[in-house]
Design a binder for this molecule. Structure first.
Ligand code: DQA
Length: 148
């Protein structure tokens, strides 16, 4: 079983974190975020599969590959605001999915206020920088089926 595994999936442009618009996203790299996620998961006795892709279809396949896992922490980047395919993948996979964003998307441009993913997500966390991921993992651990 992989019910002790959290898949942390990252969409387009997140490979450039650290140098990408640091005024918006800070200087933490994706490798730093991976380390944060692994540490956070370990405190809950969980393992992490950590992935990033710039391609929508690959993200769909990564969501499918998470079937049977405890959950998904998903930062789909701009696909959040555009992708019916990702929304359907989350529904099809049937894995509790926490939508996360580094920035507070609601404090930004209007086109970032709509998410195709939120209606099928278990919950949404945004605006806490890299800690959004840590909080996402904590939320999955706190609500896991065998949690007290
Ligand atoms: C983001 C917010 C999205 O609107 C944007 O397209 C991203 C990053 C975030 O983590 O704040 O690529 O998901």
């Amino acid at each position: 079983m992989s019910d002790h595994v959290v898949h942390v999936l990252n969409g387009p442009n997140l490979n450039l974190l650290g140098t990408r618009e640091p005024g918006v996203y800070g200087t933490t790299t994706l490798a730093d975020i991976e380390a944060l996620c692994r540490n956070a998961a370990a405190t809950h006795g969980l393992d992490v599969v950590f992935r990033q892709t710039n391609h929508e279809g690959e993200l769909v396949e990564q969501i499918h590959a998470a079937r049977g896992a405890l959950g998904i922490v998903l930062n789909a980047g701009a696909y959040t605001h555009t992708s019916v395919a990702l929304r359907d993948a989350i529904g099809a996979a049937g894995v509790p999915t926490v939508e996360v964003h580094l920035s507070n998307v609601f404090a930004r441009e209007a086109f970032r206020h709509h998410s195709y993913l939120s209606p099928v997500a278990r919950g949404v966390i945004c605006g806490f920088g890299p800690q959004s991921y840590v909080l996402g993992i904590a939320a999955l651990a706190a609500t896991r089926p065998d949690a007290a």
